[in-house]
Design a protein around this ligand. Structure first.
Ligand code: CAO
Length: 416
């Protein structure tokens, strides 16, 4: 099956998570992604949090599938020369070095553009160019704090909280992938490349859009009706942390199910969708609430919403999270079990769809990874193993026209 991005050549000058997540996605869809790594060490994630001695860590293998690895010291003249050749032949270069690193290496955008006017340079930084923090190096949790996620996540009586989801890293990588595809389509029209830049702060903030909505509502009204603080608690002048409250127009909460005393994940998320009130009452055995004026509108329910959740928890007490959802789905109630990583890893539906993929690796045996969350009618992305460090160095150099003698010479000059 031919893949849509076949023929697009990408220099993957990325490391850790934000950049690699982007280029991995493009590799799944057919791009020829050549990861450029420092000889001897490579991407730092190859050795971070290892579970098997001397074998590429899962952190690396799960973010670098379907790529090639070229080792190159791009600070040495002969490494620079190879990179220049690659730039002339490629469509896209993706990087997420610390601020200024590419310039210091001798590859500012101006020079890359001179080498190849059709080149698309895609960069991730912690903060956008010109921002007063644009000199900072940034990791995931730093971005979650800078982008508004931490101040609005967690419980009101606890500290700002980090989400387990990679809002700063992989999310920024996904934004960058959209930027690259857009620039490629633009290039088809103009014949010119361009620089695409995405900051981690901006990408987190983009996902916190509804919290900026809430700040403006709070400024105007002084309260936020869907937050647990309403109507009995107090609001300050900033959006508070709302615990597990629903962020949209319907109240929701994480509710205990049978076994919660010993199983920390025996919970469901339950949403009280306004027009589902009658089915909810029927489902939980409270048909008398359907017409009761204390319950039959969202406004009437809000003052005692936590008593309502408590009643639902009483109904849940003798049901597992899976049994509960199996009953509630028949009443068309938006809900889900709180699933653990173990349950997700073994979920037959996710295996079937390719969202959880098992990949064979030369050195570590097989491992699980998250496959493409994007599904196509005419293509099923196949996930192949991440490359060993420098696995494709000779192959890439040959494709650039280097002879065996020149390649041997390069290896010698590049030796660490
Ligand atoms: N050959 C020679 N030198 C190389 C090289 C290669 N193949 N690959 C990288 N280098 C050099 C860089 O040129 C840089 O050199 P100088 O700082 O001397 O100019 C050096 O390696 C270190 O690069 P770095 O600043 O990117 O690395 P770091 O470990 O100090 O910082 C990180 C890591 C992630 C904090 C930083 O890269 C960053 O802020 N990136 C932008 C934001 C980002 O993507 N963060 C997400 C990371 S995922 O959590």
């Amino acid at each position: 099956m031919s893949k849509p991005l076949e023929g697009i050549k990408i220099i993957d000058f990325t490391h850790v998570q934000a950049g690699p997540a982007c280029t991995q996605l493009l590799a799944w869809f057919g791009a020829d992604v050549i990861k450029v790594e420092r000889p001897g060490s490579g991407d730092v994630t190859r050795t971070q949090l290892r579970d098997i001695p001397d074998v590429d860590a899962l952190y690396f293998t799960m973010l670098n599938s379907n790529k090639k690895s070229l080792t190159l010291d791009t600070k040495k003249p002969e490494g620079k020369e190879v990179l220049e050749k690659l730039i002339k032949e490629s469509d896209v270069m993706v990087e997420n070095f610390g601020p200024g690193a590419l310039d210091r290496m001798g590859f500012p955008w101006q020079y890359i553009k001179e080498l190849n006017p059709k080149m698309i340079l895609a960069s991730v930084k912690g903060f956008s160019d010109g921002h007063h923090y644009d000199d900072l190096k940034v990791y995931e949790n730093v971005a979650q704090c800078a982008g508004g996620a931490a101040s609005t996540t967690g419980f009101w009586d606890g500290p700002p909280t980090i989400s387990a989801a990679a809002l700063g890293d992989s999310n920024t990588g996904m934004h960058l992938a959209i930027g690259i595809l857009t620039a490629l389509i633009g290039r088809d029209k103009t014949g010119k490349g361009q620089k695409v830049a995405v900051s981690m702060q901006d990408s987190v903030l983009n996902l916190c859009r509804v919290k900026l909505r809430d700040q403006q509502r709070l400024d105007r009204l002084g309260y936020l009706e869907e937050y647990p603080q309403y109507p009995h608690g107090e609001f300050s002048d900033v959006v508070p942390r709302g615990g597990n409250a629903g962020g949209g127009g319907q109240p929701g909460w994480v509710l205990k199910c049978k076994g919660w005393e010993t199983d920390p994940n025996s919970y469901i998320y339950f949403t009280i969708q306004g027009h589902a009130w009658a089915p909810i009452c029927r489902a939980i055995g409270k048909p008398e609430w359907i017409e009761d004026a204390n319950y039959n509108t969202a406004t009437a329910r809000q003052p005692h919403i936590f008593d309502i959740f408590k009643t639902i928890e009483e109904w849940l007490a003798d049901k597992t999270k899976f049994e509960a959802v199996d009953i509630l789905r028949k009443f068309d109630i938006p809900c889900a079990p709180v699933l653990t990583m173990k349950e997700l890893a073994n979920d037959p539906s996710l295996r079937e769809s390719g969202t959880i993929a098992e990949v064979a690796h030369k050195e570590r045996g097989s491992y699980l990874t998250v496959g493409s969350p994007i599904k196509f009618s005419d293509m099923k992305p196949e996930i192949t193993a991440s490359p060993l460090l420098g696995e494709h160095t000779d192959e890439v150099l040959e494709s650039l026209g280097y002879s065996s003698a020149q390649i041997a010479n390069l290896h010698q000059q590049q030796a660490v």
